[in-house]
Design a protein around this ligand. Structure first.
Ligand code: SAM
Ligand code: SF4
Length: 357
């Protein structure tokens, strides 16, 4: 990570964030670049903003990684098409629906269906899955399946999908081009616009520590997401996978990742900000630390255990297992021990509260 020298002080930046002016690029850089003592103040402020705007609830989303087939070759990703060492799997539509039902029976209000860009799951197949889950469970449905055309997104929305996660990854056009041999930044942005216009609650995000990324890049990403109106912001450290072109790159750091989580809470007081799997994989307790500095969402994994290890975006991926009631009870207890509560219901974004304090 190349540093970009902040042009305003940490104190000025924190004032910018909390006195109603809103953070600009310089303010965000100053927060991301701060030292250990200032980090503690940033974290405490973000935690307070989290408590005031979205309360103590932690929202639990049941994650089903239903296919690791992907047509793309993002340079950072372990399941990219050209990685021949991946054992590829695909749950059947019936298995996806039955796993989602199991999540509903375990008390989850949201299911997240995530996969590589797998064309086998056509518009109609996916619509059937979404409709079956919606009618049989009533759960909120989040999709994270990559780029499709607008008609497909519309069909899935009509079938009952509520939310969509599509990380922008980076808004720097050169960096985006270097990392994505078969993708285009404008096309990705157009997907996000289509999703927003169709009424999805839209989530996006970036990785921290991509080779060639600077603090200025990250600051511009945050401002882009704010201006776009993203409602869920998922970030995590970049973790190099040995069978990718970025095998030799350094991983993102937990400190910068946490400072970004805290900064995001100041920029998106009502946003849903997950403590992501990548944070927990980089550092034991990484997710708990994220919950203490602004995050309010966890995504426990319901993917059947026999195939879960094959969804290896990066090595040593440490998910929160939610495939048994014991595991879920244990997770609840860990959240309560942090002084937090467990959200009930679908946990939609508080869209209509913007501006209230
Ligand atoms: N294929 C869909 C897409 O790209 O939008 C959804 C699944 S994709 C695996 C989910 C996210 O994983 C990506 O948006 C990316 O940010 C993250 N990811 C992939 N490889 C990673 C790595 N090596 N380290 C950290 N995060 C990674
Ligand atoms: Fe495929 Fe998503 Fe991985 Fe890119 S990040 S290779 S689109 S699964």
């Amino acid at each position: 990570m190349v540093s970009s020298s902040p042009t305003i002080s940490f104190d000025e930046a924190l004032a910018q964030a909390t006195d109603g002016r809103g953070l600009d690029e310089h303010g965000i850089i100053a927060l991301l670049d701060c030292g250990d003592a200032d980090s503690e103040r940033l974290f405490a402020t973000a935690d307070e903003v989290r408590r005031r705007f979205v309360g103590n609830d932690v929202h639990l989303r049941a994650l089903i990684e239903f296919s690791n087939h992907c047509r793309k070759n993002c340079d950072y990703c372990g399941i990219r098409a050209r990685n021949r060492n991946v054992s590829r799997y695909r749950l059947s539509p019936e298995e996806v629906v039955s796993t989602a039902r199991q999540a509903a029976d375990s008390g989850f209000g949201t299911v997240v269906l995530q996969s590589g860009e797998d064309a086998w799951f056509t518009r109609d197949r996916m619509a059937c899955i979404i409709r079956a889950i919606k009618t049989s469970t009533g759960m909120a449905i989040t999709l994270g399946v990559g780029e499709r055309d607008e008609g497909t997104y519309r069909a899935w929305r009509d079938a009952g999908a509520d939310r969509f996660l599509l990380r922008i990854e980076t808004t720097d056009p050169d960096l985006f081009r270097r990392l994505h041999p078969d993708d285009d930044l404008d096309a990705r942005k157009a997907c996000l616009v289509a999703l927003r216009d169709l009424g999805y609650q839209v989530g996006s995000g970036v990785m921290v520590g991509l080779p060639g990324q600077t603090l200025q890049t990250l600051a511009r990403d945050v401002i882009w997401m704010r201006d776009f109106g993203v409602e869920m912001i998922g970030i995590g450290p970049f973790l190099p996978h040995p069978e990718t072109p970025l095998a030799q790159a350094l991983p993102g750091t937990i400190n910068l990742t946490l400072r970004l989580v805290a900064t995001l809470r100041l920029v998106f007081p009502y946003g849903h900000i997950p403590a992501t799997t990548a944070m927990g994989s980089l550092l034991p307790g990484g997710r708990e630390r994220a919950l203490a500095v602004g995050a309010n969402v966890l995504m426990p994994n319901m993917t059947p255990r026999a195939i879960r290890d094959d969804y290896a975006l990066y090595p040593d991926k440490v998910g929160l297992d939610a495939t048994s009631d014991d595991r879920i009870d244990d997770l609840h207890n860990r959240i309560l021990a942090l002084g937090r509560t467990i959200a009930k219901g679908p946990g939609h974004v508080a869209r209509h509260c913007q501006g209230e304090s």
